[in-house]
Design a protein around this ligand. Structure first.
Ligand SMILES: N[C@@H](CCC(=O)N[C@@H](CS)C(=O)NCC(=O)O)C(=O)O
Length: 205
């Protein structure tokens, strides 16, 4: 069996996604922690060997390195029930994973990082000027999710899949970024369904 190593910063939702996928499919990951607050992913050694983009997560598969959280989740879930076999459902799942990276994560996750990890006082004037736009875009993403989940148990094909895992990672900690999840009842109910899945592991595990 090829050794799997997750290069990560454990508090990151992008890393939690990968640990959650691994646990749901029964894969074992060795974990290597990097402190992104100290720039440990920006060293020449990390960027040469692990990820030229200077970020976590990266999934190491033997001597191959796979950056980008959703690509790593895909690698782990290939052939499992987390990826539908129906052609449309598979593409629809990717739709939500791209939505997560473009509309959700840059707003919901960034505000969590800025407000709960960096701290508002330590932000640059430029970062502070971006907060209202990110707040509005994050609320729009959560609203769209809530509309989609109204009357549905999961994002795609009525069963837990990678779209749910990708979107769960930063949604369940969105309140750390100042988002009020009580405004999104369908999202709140879905979060509980994901957390009840056999094999679920929390972000702190
Ligand atoms: N699209 C990437 C985003 C990766 C990313 O933004 N990682 C952040 C933490 S979640 C990071 O490494 N930040 C440290 C830095 O940029 O130096 C993914 O999904 O993996």
């Amino acid at each position: 069996m090829t050794e799997l190593i997750l290069h990560e910063y454990a508090a990151s939702g992008n890393c939690h996604k990968i640990r959650l996928t691994a646990s749901l499919v029964g894969a074992t990951l060795e974990r290597r922690e990097y402190d992104i607050m100290k720039g440990e992913t920006r060293t020449p050694e990390y960027m040469t060997k692990v990820n030229a983009n200077g970020r976590i997560p990266t999934l190491q598969i033997g001597d191959l390195f796979l950056p980008e959280s959703n690509a790593a989740c895909w690698y782990l879930a290939e052939g499992s029930p987390l990826i539908p076999t129906d052609r449309f459902a598979r593409a629809d799942m990717l739709r939500w994973m791209f939505f997560e990276q473009y509309n959700h994560e840059p707003n919901v996750a960034t505000l969590r990082f800025w407000l709960a990890f960096v701290g508002e006082a330590a932000l640059s004037d430029f970062q502070r000027s971006l907060i209202p736009g990110k707040r509005e875009a994050g609320e729009a993403a959560l609203r769209l999710m809530d509309e989609h989940l109204t009357g549905r148990a999961f994002f795609v094909a009525d069963r837990l899949g990678l779209a749910d895992i990708a979107l769960y990672a930063y949604t369940h900690v969105a309140e750390e970024g100042g988002f009020d999840l009580q405004r999104y009842p369908a999202v709140s109910a879905w979060l509980k369904r994901v957390a009840a899945a056999p094999g679920y592991v929390g972000i702190d595990a």
